[in-house]
Design a protein around this ligand. Structure first.
Ligand code: MG
Ligand code: MG
Length: 248
């Protein structure tokens, strides 16, 4: 059952989404060579708390951080630690904030200092893949319409689509029905209606789409160690389109 949100729930999801987007804006200037992912995590924690919200991911299935910090070949779910960012890295930061029981969820991949042309290509086209996926959204589309659009864009740009991880509904739980895969066939899957809230989140790799999980049981990395990027917005489906709730 995919829930349709009430006006009150939508108001709270708008606030949670704004806090999530604002946390990205707050963190962005700190993303430089020399800072550790643990320091970024602490900054995010303090900012979210200052907004009368709580971090959605901290303690989720036992995840230890406020944010997920995934560097270079790490796809998602990297645990913040004492690793320093280096010039030329890319880092995906995934943020969830909960306000009065409702969540926002947004990931963005940032360059650290000067990055290679390959990495620039990956970032530009993964961000664009997110907006391509969003572009088809309106009342009564199907889940497969989104995935198909993202997959076609990734294929046209020679990027690997991670299939093991997917977008999702968002509400009083950070992960709700339905799954929103970044691949699929148009006209298939659950119908999406006005008033539903979903997170769309392509994860694209410069090389193989294959991934595996590290011994820490969290961090997902690419099978060929090539870099990966992740861009995500939480959006409200409207009659004629969508509203980005996690605007930055
Ligand atoms: Mg998500
Ligand atoms: Mg996320």
């Amino acid at each position: 059952m995919i829930s349709i949100k009430s006006a009150r729930e939508i108001d709270l999801l708008r606030i949670a989404g704004k806090i999530t987007g604002d946390t990205h804006k707050y963190l962005a200037p700190f993303i430089k060579p020399g800072i550790t992912t643990k320091q970024l995590d602490e900054l995010a924690y303090n900012y979210i708390i200052s907004q009368d919200a709580t971090p959605s991911f901290k303690g989720y299935d036992g995840f230890p951080g406020t944010i997920c910090t995934s560097i270079n070949e790490e796809v998602v779910h990297g645990i913040p630690k004492n690793r320093k960012l280096k010039n030329g890295d890319i880092i995906s930061i995934d943020i969830g904030a909960c306000y009065k029981g409702y969540h926002g969820d947004s990931a963005w991949t940032y360059p650290v200092g000067e990055i290679s042309q390959d990495k620039q290509y990956l970032l530009i086209h993964t961000e664009q893949a997110l907006f391509e996926g969003l572009s088809v959204i309106k009342d009564h589309i199907r889940v497969g319409d989104i995935g198909n659009k993202i997959e076609a864009y990734a294929k046209a740009h020679n990027l690997g689509v991670v299939k093991e991880l997917v977008g999702h509904g968002v509400g009083s739980n950070v992960h709700e029905e339905p799954d929103i895969p970044n691949y699929g066939q148009s006209g298939t899957g659950p119908v999406l209606k006005e008033g539903m809230v979903i997170a769309v989140e392509p994860m694209l790799n410069l090389g193989t789409p294959d991934v595996f999980i590290l011994d820490d049981d969290w961090t997902i990395i690419t099978a060929d160690n090539q870099p990966s990027a992740h861009f995500e917005h939480t959006v409200l489906i409207t009659k004629d389109g969508f509203e980005i709730l996690t605007k930055r």
